[in-house]
Design a protein around this ligand. Structure first.
Ligand code: CU
Length: 347
């Protein structure tokens, strides 16, 4: 590991450990530490309140138990003057002590249960203050399909949403499904974790109030590349979001210089797994590539979407993401170059 990146990691770890000094997220970070202590928006704030309550109660228990333990260890330690031949006084039964260690714990458990039930209720049955924007998310091994039914927009791995202002809250309702195995959706800054289960549609929601890019993970071990199944939620101003939507809705335009790359794409059966609107490519096994260039990352966040990584991906995706479900397509270098030219025009 390079010295600089080591330093950066330690720094990030510290900023996460000290929520008060948490640094702002920079939008181009591929990976960063996430934190449950910087809630952004309604559901995350509700979860955070319960987290803090539980942590404070646990801290109280820790201090009392640890304090009593420490006191006993120090106060009743063996001393040189101790007489080892006689036992210390033995005490049998004490109603006061027994009440002390049963009644408060029961009360604490009741408080924890009620607080948790209330939070779960608020999160699972949201009362939206306005009509939510609906986004459908389908987990795949090892990437996320993202659909906006209202706009007829399909993308992958990077979820664009408009920011919520206090005056105009914009809740976002997520419908979570799975195309294969069980996955988990978790963007710690935006809400708790929710499951994606085959043959079931789970609801979830976020309502981010601060611009930025928030990172999330699949939280259920779903196979070899589970750890590289990253989520990016890009919270934009309503104007930027609208611009993004209209860009995604625009059909791609094909310039003459992409003809060769397009043919290479089609004859190498890329289109049996990938869709590019307006062409014969209509596969759904892999991410939709119609607006591939609107994404900053490749392979669900495994690498930045730059020329070098894209070429490496096309030469053999198993190098950047070993075990991912796109096979080595055995392209030659000329085909790789031409397909890159083609993909680079998919704005
Ligand atoms: Cu997964």
């Amino acid at each position: 590991m390079k010295g600089e990146s080591m330093f950066r990691r330690v720094f990030l770890l510290l900023t996460v450990a000290l929520p008060g000094t948490a640094s702002a997220q920079t939008s181009d970070q591929i990976r960063s530490f996430q934190s449950i202590f910087r809630p952004i928006g309604a559901p995350a704030e509700t979860v955070h309140r319960t987290d803090v309550l539980v942590l404070l109660i646990c801290l109280g228990i820790f201090v009392v138990v640890g304090g009593l333990l420490l006191y006993s260890v120090v106060h009743y330690r063996q001393r040189p003057t101790d007489d080892d031949t006689t036992e210390p006084p033995q005490v049998y039964g004490s109603t006061a002590i027994e009440l002390a260690w049963t009644v408060p714990p029961i009360l604490i458990v009741i408080v924890l249960a009620l607080a948790t039930a209330r939070t779960v209720g608020e999160i699972e049955n949201p009362k939206y203050v306005s009509d939510p924007l609906k986004v459908r998310i389908v987990g795949h091994r090892f990437w996320w399909e993202i659909r906006y039914p209202k706009f007829n927009v399909v993308t992958a791995n990077e979820i664009h949403v408009p920011v919520s202002y206090l005056s105009t809250p914009r809740p976002i309702e997520l419908t979570l499904e799975s195309a294969d195995v069980v996955h988990g959706f978790w963007v710690p800054e935006l809400n708790g974790k929710q499951w994606l289960v085959p043959d079931r549609a789970n609801k979830w929601w976020i309502q981010p109030t601060t611009l930025g890019t928030y990172l999330g993970n699949c939280t259920v071990l779903c196979g070899l590349q589970h750890a590289n199944m990253l989520i990016r939620v890009i919270v934009e101003s309503p104007e930027d979001f609208d611009r993004w939507v209209s860009r995604e809705q625009r059909p791609p335009t094909f310039e003459p210089n992409v003809a060769e790359g397009r043919r290479d794409f089609e004859v190498n059966s890329c289109g049996s797994c990938h869709t590019i609107e307006g062409t014969i490519s209509n596969g759904i096994f892999g991410p939709d590539l119609t607006h591939f260039m609107s994404r900053k990352t490749l392979g669900a966040g495994v690498a930045p979407n730059d020329d070098e990584n894209l070429k490496s991906w096309l030469r053999d995706p198993q190098v950047l993401k070993p075990g991912c479900l796109m096979p080595d397509m055995k392209l030659n270098e000329r085909q790789v170059e031409q397909i890159v030219v083609y993909l680079r025009t998919l704005n």
